[in-house]
Design a protein around this ligand. Structure first.
Ligand code: ZN
Length: 561
C-alpha cells in the first residue's frame, strides 16, 4: 500500500482521490464500479471482497458492495459481477511470440496424423513454399526415433522442417537437407548435433544449433507479418485472462520483433503489458550493456518494459541435450552444456554489475547448478543484492540445490503445464531421466517448500498459454481426462491458491512490478479477470474447463465473452 491511501472498517480507499469512509461526497468519482463479485485479492490483509472502484488505470477503492457503490456518481459505469469469482490479472512469466504461421503438430500422436496435418497445411501454401510445423514429440514416431523417411513419404520434392514441442530439435526431410548441403561429411556445429544412423547418414534430426543449418534457408518474415502476429496473440492472451506477458526470447533489443512491440506501443494497440528480454551475449561490451540499461530506462510506462537478459545454458530432456550431473538412463551421455562455468561467471557478473536482471534457461541439474553458482559469484564479486536473477524451467534440480534459491534471492521460474503427464512425458521424458530423477522433475511443491519465490509461465508456444490449463496441471498433475489415475507423482501437487499466486503476485515480483501488479489493492493497476466458476470451491478435476468471462487491463475491458 502506498502513502496517501487510508483504511477504514474493511474498506480501502484512495485518500487523495476520494473522501472515503466519512460519507463526504468524493472529489473524483470512479470511472467504473464493479459490484457483487467474489474477489480474491491476493492481499492477506483483505483477502476477499465484493466490490472495486477504478479511476484511470488504477483501483481507487475496494470493499463491500454497499460502500463501493456509494462512491459512484451519475457518470460512473456500474458493472454487476453477478457473484462471479475475480482474481488478479494473470501474468505469464515465460512466453514467446510465435511469428510464423506453421502446421500445428501438438498431440498428433503418430506418423499418420503428422502426415495428414502436413498435407492439410501444405494445401494452404504456394507450391514452392517451405512446409514448416511445430509441436511433435519423440513418442509420435516408432521407437521414439524421428526420421526424415516419414516426411519423404509425403513430400519427396518440397522442403519440410518441423520443430519439436520444446523448440530444441527439428526434423528435416531429405529435400531440406539437400538444399542445406547437410551430408554425412558435414561436421556438427558448436552447441549442436546432427543425428546420424549406424551407417553415418544424417537421419534428418537436428539438435540445438544444428537446426539453423536448415532453418536459415527459410525466407524471412516481413515486419508487417510479425506485427499482425503480435496483434493476434494479444487477442488470444486477453481471452485467457492474461494482462502481463514476460517475453523470454532475448529478442528485445533490435530486429523485427523489437519493431513490432515498438509499433504497438506507438499506435496504442497494446492490450497486454509486455516485458521483453534482451540478449545475454557471450562477448557483451560495456557499450552494449549501457544500451540495454538505456532501453530499460526509456520505457517506464507500464505497457512495454525492459531490463532483463535471457540466456541459454542447455537443451531439453526429450532431446537428451539438458546438461545433467549423471548420464541419461541407459546411456553414457550427459547432455550439452552451452557454457563453461568460467565464461558464464564472467558474463553474468558483467550484466549484474550493469544493474540488469538475468534469466538463464537451465533444465538439467548440472546447468541449474551452473546458473546458481554464477549468480552467487556475481553477487560476491560485485557486492550486489536484490537483482532477482532467475533460473528458467529448472525441471530436474539436484535436491541439494533447492535451498539456494531462497538463500541467493534467485527466482524459480517454472512452467505449470510442464507437470502435465502427457504421452511424451510418460514414454520419453521420464524414461530418459530414470525413476530417481523423474520423481522430482517439474515438482513445483519442492520450490514452495524451500521458500523460493516461484513464478509460473507457459513457455508458449511450447505449451498452450491458457492459464487455467496450467493451473489444472499444477494442481492435479493429471491430464484433463483424469490420467494417470491418482496423478503423476501426486506428492508434488500444489493448491489452487498457490498456483494462482505463482501466476499473479510471484510473477509480478519476478519482474520488479510488485508495487503495481499481482494483487488487487488500492493504488495498484486495475488488472483483473472474471472467471466462469469459483476455482477455489470446485473439484480440481474440472479446473481445465474454467473460462474467462471478462479481462480488465488498466481499468479497460480488453476481453468479454
Ligand atoms: Zn522458453
Amino acid at each position: 500500500m502506498k502513502k496517501g491511501w487510508s483504511v477504514c472498517q474493511g474498506l480501502f480507499v484512495a485518500g487523495a482521490l476520494l473522501a472515503g469512509c466519512n460519507g463526504q461526497p468524493s472529489q473524483a468519482p470512479p470511472d467504473r464500479v464493479f459490484t457483487n463479485g467474489r474477489i480474491w485479492t491476493g492481499d492477506a490483509r483483505l483477502p476477499e471482497v465484493q466490490a472495486m472502484a477504478t479511476l484511470g488505470d488504477r483501483i481507487v477503492a475496494i470493499g463491500p458492495t454497499e460502500s463501493i457503490r456509494a462512491l459512484a456518481s451519475g457518470a460512473t459505469e456500474m458493472i454487476d459481477l453477478a457473484g462471479r469469482r475475480v482474481v488478479p490479472g494473470f501474468n505469464d512469466a515465460h512466453w514467446h511470440l510465435p511469428t510464423r504461421r506453421t502446421a500445428d503438430l501438438v498431440d498428433a500422436g503418430n506418423v499418420k496424423e503428422i502426415q495428414r496435418r502436413l498435407r492439410e497445411f501444405a494445401a494452404t501454401l504456394g507450391p514452392d513454399e517451405w512446409i514448416t510445423g511445430r509441436g511433435w514429440g519423440p513418442s509420435d514416431f516408432p521407437d521414439n526415433q524421428a526420421h526424415r523417411r516419414y516426411l519423404d513419404e509425403v513430400f519427396p520434392d518440397r522442403p519440410v522442417l518441423l520443430t519439436d514441442r520444446d523448440g530444441h530439435q527439428t526434423l528435416a526431410n531429405s529435400r531440406a537437407l539437400a538444399l542445406a548441403a547437410v551430408t554425412r561429411v558435414t561436421r556438427d556445429p558448436e552447441n549442436g548435433r546432427i543425428d546420424r544412423d549406424a551407417a553415418g547418414e544424417p537421419t534428418g534430426l537436428l539438435k540445438e544449433s544444428a537446426s539453423s543449418l536448415v532453418r536459415r534457408l527459410i525466407p524471412a518474415l516481413t515486419a508487417d507479418q510479425v506485427y499482425r502476429a503480435l496483434l493476434a496473440e494479444m487477442d488470444k492472451a486477453a481471452s485467457f485472462g492474461l494482462t502481463s506477458l514476460q517475453v523470454a526470447s532475448g529478442s528485445g533489443a533490435s530486429g523485427i520483433e523489437y519493431e513490432a512491440y515498438q509499433r504497438a506501443l506507438r499506435e496504442g494497440t497494446l492490450k497486454v503489458r509486455f516485458r521483453v528480454a534482451v540478449p545475454f551475449e557471450r562477448e557483451v561490451t560495456p557499450a552494449r550493456l549501457t544500451e540495454f540499461a538505456a532501453l530499460r530506462d526509456r520505457h517506464r510506462g507500464g505497457l512495454l518494459t525492459y531490463g532483463i537478459a535471457k540466456g541459454m545454458l542447455d537443451g531439453t530432456v526429450d532431446a537428451h541435450t539438458a546438461a545433467m550431473l549423471e548420464p541419461y538412463a541407459e546411456r553414457t551421455d550427459t547432455g550439452l552444456p552451452m557454457w563453461t562455468q568460467g565464461d558464464l561467471n564472467r558474463v553474468v557478473t558483467a550484466y549484474d554489475k550493469a544493474g540488469l536482471q538475468v534469466q538463464l534457461h537451465a533444465i538439467g541439474d548440472r546447468a541449474i547448478r551452473m546458473a546458481l553458482d554464477a549468480f552467487e559469484q556475481a553477487a560476491k564479486d560485485n557486492g550486489t543484492t536484490g537483482r532477482r536473477h532467475r533460473v528458467e524451467h529448472i525441471e530436474v534440480p539436484a535436491l541439494a540445490d533447492l535451498p539456494r534459491f531462497k538463500a541467493l534471492g534467485v527466482i524459480a521460474s517454472t512452467q505449470a503445464m510442464f507437470a502435465s503427464p502427457d504421452a511424451i512425458t510418460l514414454t520419453n521424458y521420464a524414461p530418459a531421466l530414470g525413476p530417481g530423477r523423474a520423481s522430482h522433475s517439474n515438482a513445483f511443491k519442492l520450490f514452495d517448500d524451500a521458500g523460493a519465490v516461484q513464478a509460473f509461465g507457459s513457455d508458449y508456444p511450447v505449451f498452450t498459454m491458457e492459464v487455467m490449463r496450467g493451473v489444472h496441471a499444477a494442481v492435479t498433475r493429471e491430464l484433463p481426462e483424469g490420467t494417470p489415475a491418482g496423478g503423476w507423482y501426486p506428492q508434488h501437487r500444489i493448491s489452487v491458491a498457490a498456483a494462482v499466486q505463482h501466476f499473479t503476485k510471484d510473477a509480478a515480483f519476478a519482474s520488479f512490478d510488485e508495487a503495481d501488479k499481482g494483487t488487487l489493492e488500492v493504488g495498484k493497476l486495475a488488472d483483473f479477470v472474471v472467471l466462469s466458476d469459483d476455482i477455489f470451491a470446485m473439484s480440481p478435476a474440472r479446473l481445465h474447463g474454467v473460462k474467462v468471462v471478462m479481462t480488465v487491463m488498466g481499468g479497460q475491458r480488453v476481453f468479454q465473452r
